[in-house]
Design a protein around this ligand. Sequence first.
Ligand code: ATP
Ligand code: MG
Length: 410
Amino acid sequence: MPDVSVLDVRLHGETIGTLAHLGGDRTIFAFSDSYVAREDRPTLGLSFKDALGGLITELPATQRRVAPFFANLLPEGPLRDYLARRAGVHAEREFFLLWVLGRDLPGAVTIAPADGEAWPPMADDGLAEGAGGDRPDALRFSLAGVQLKFSAIENRGRNGGLAIPAHGVGGAWIVKLPSSRFEGVPENEHAMMSLARAVGIDVPEFRLVDLDAIGGLPEGIGRREGRAFAIRRFDRGPHGPVHIEDFAQVFGVYPERKYETATVRSIAQVLGIESGAESVAELVRRVVFCVLIGNADMHLKNWSLIYPDRRTPRLAPAYDLVSTIAFLDDDGFALKFARTRRFDAFGREELSYLAEKAGLPVRPALAVARETTERFLLAWEAEKAHLSLPAAAVTTIDAHLARLPIVRGV
Ligand SMILES: Nc1ncnc2c1ncn2[C@@H]1O[C@H](COP(=O)(O)OP(=O)(O)OP(=O)(O)O)[C@@H](O)[C@H]1O
Ligand SMILES: [Mg+2]
């Protein structure tokens, strides 16, 4: 048995580097020479870009885990545990998880054993003890996040239903199952995405689906009654995968640090430099919207970049918009805006400061904030009685709105 295992990392199907598992439980990623030499190379991620726009090719080895860019391709929490258990791989052995899940990752990255080896060497301690998993073919799907969710395909025979593909690969929808902890999360997300669309935020196609209209859901997982929230994947286009990365990848931080290390200001700065005014305006629109609905969970993994031309990023469509205050009392955003994370301290002054420090023009940001607030209040008053939201949630959001300086400023 070789003591080095190698995974090919592919972008749009082209091998651009290798991830090697070395002795001493270290892993290291290296770009291939052909990728480094290519001038029009597709972008893997902004964290591989140096200050002059060149490619960073000297990458440090990591101990036990894979580097943050790759760790962020894997699911978190219960979904990771579930997939690891099914594969018979230890949930913390990220290299081996990539080995078994690498065919369906977020974006246009795929990962596969370099020599076509179907399965990591059995003697390796990457496998959980007494592993009796289902073998990789049964679980080739992967998406980051804490709730249980699956990649699904449209099931035309079943009247608007969805199906979890047996091999996980190829699904163009994400299905988020109801939470076992809170009542009505899919309905809340559906309501918030509808409002987001009404204020002009870029949202993918989405709908609520009866759980019994979803075929192929694995046994013994999540709640079986009620409805699931389904959203079309924006990283799967008619001509194949579209590349994306989330802001934990952009900033090179491990998923468990998604609430730290960066601020809305730093996201704005990246968008200002790499993407331009349209993405910055969309960021402001979404931040204001999330303040208004009381979404306290917009951590770094809930913001992504998308690469439609394979090289230049813009802010990806919105996802995971939930009024979290309907479930858990919280007085602040997941990230600091610039100096504060408090909802009731987010007004013209904080936004102006944020824009200035991010090197962005202040007046357009203020104009977008005002317009978003106005549009939201109109949509909210018109729709709040008709959305899939319980009366208590409407009351909570109304009370929250009454406390916000951003609302009083309109
Ligand atoms: N429409 C979409 N297209 C492509 N990728 C998506 C889409 N929606 C979600 N994702 C990806 O799936 C991941 C999980 O989805 P989402 O954030 O909605 O779920 P979650 O379980 O609520 O996450 P969280 O950990 O924030 O609670 C996201 O981080 C993102 O990478
Ligand atoms: Mg999320």
